[in-house]
Design a protein around this ligand. Structure first.
Ligand SMILES: [Cu+2]
Length: 167
């Protein structure tokens, strides 16, 4: 995990690439998906170390589609809405996490299994695309490095699961 992140950072700063990429992607992870859920969500932290950029999309071979989503709560009801892009101001970490922004995966070809990993390619308005390796954590996980005591109760994670209303 740590070495992968480091490698991604080093690559991002290698000079002389056709299209420079100065965004750092840290700790991409997803929760294992139950049964034949068909949908999942990826969380990660992006930090733009160059000029301001925008995340404009994502794709992965494990799902039919990957979309930028945000979970918002309106009148006590959690909903997801699609984002066309996510602004990446210089030197400001932008975190995708449960209950907030996430990369929604729909049309999963197979369930995401804890302990496995898969590639996710992120595209940007200015920088070159970046492919990262997403680690699949257990279904109740609150994220990489989160103390076990902070795992979300089983009901909580359903907020990112199918059946939610979409605007
Ligand atoms: Cu979503």
């Amino acid at each position: 995990m740590r070495s992968l992140t480091l490698a991604a950072c080093l690559l991002a700063f290698l000079p002389g690439l056709a299209a420079a990429q100065t965004v750092m992607v840290e700790q991409p992870w997803a929760r294992a998906t139950p049964g034949h859920a068909g949908t999942g969500a990826v969380y990660l932290t992006l930090t733009e170390h160059g000029e301001a950029d925008m995340l404009t999309g994502a794709s992965t071979p494990v799902a039919g589609m990957a979309m930028l989503h945000e979970t918002i709560t309106e009148n006590g009801v959690a909903k997801m809405r699609m984002l066309d892009s996510v602004a990446l101001p210089p030197h400001t970490p932008v975190t995708f996490k449960p209950g907030a922004m996430h990369v929604m995966l729909t049309g999963l070809h197979d369930p995401l299994k804890a302990g496995s990993s898969f590639p996710l390619t992120l595209t940007f308005a200015h920088g070159a695309p970046v492919t990262v390796t997403v680690s699949v954590l257990p279904a109740g996980s609150a994220g990489p490095g989160a103390p076990a005591g902070q795992e979300m109760p089983a009901g909580q994670e359903m907020k990112d699961m199918p059946g939610m209303k979409m605007d």
